[in-house]
Design a binder for this molecule. Structure first.
Ligand SMILES: [Fe+2]
Ligand SMILES: [Fe+2]
Length: 169
């Protein structure tokens, strides 16, 4: 049996992953409303990946003899000024998730829980990618701000994103 503190933090991480999913569904809705289906597709897939992350945590908790506790999920922000605002919020959100994963790693290290450290390593790497993608798209929408043809080009690029379930393999 692992430390109560670790199980509690993993359960809080499940909540945060579902909140991430919810936040990205709000962004998907925003773009649906604005007829930018490629951007909507990007956030649809983003939302599904966040749910996958929650399930990786969910399964891990059971694999180490812990118990999953589903916590309240808060309402996501659904007010966005423009595309730049959306990606600024995305990046800020991912940075918050990174801090939370790092905090989980701190707990695993303090516990000398090497299995949990190995498990969390995947998420550390995943967060690098998440922040990189968010930063890249933020830079792009900043560049194309107030240029409709640039926006449509990026929209068709994002329409090509395909969902593959997030697994640890
Ligand atoms: Fe995530
Ligand atoms: Fe994420």
């Amino acid at each position: 049996m692992r430390s109560e503190r670790l199980i509690k933090a993993l359960n809080e991480q499940i909540k945060l992953e579902f909140e991430s999913s919810y936040a990205y569904i709000a962004m998907e809705a925003h773009f649906k409303k604005n007829n930018l289906d490629g951007f909507a597709n990007f956030f649809h897939i983003q939302a599904m990946e966040e749910r996958d992350h929650a399930y990786l945590m969910f399964n891990y908790i059971y694999s180490i003899g812990g118990e999953v506790e589903l916590l309240d999920i808060s309402k996501p922000n659904n007010i966005f000024k423009d595309e730049v605002d959306v990606f600024e919020q995305t990046l800020a959100h991912e940075q918050k998730v990174t801090a939370s994963i790092n905090n989980l790693m701190d707990i695993a290290m303090e516990d000398k829980d090497y299995s949990a450290q190995a498990f969390l390593q995947w998420f550390i790497k995943e967060q690098d990618e998440e922040e990189e993608v968010a930063t890249d798209l933020l830079e792009k929408v900043k560049m194309i701000k107030s240029n409709p043809s640039g926006l449509f080009m990026l929209d068709s690029k994002l329409a090509q994103r395909i969902y593959t379930p997030a697994t640890m393999e």
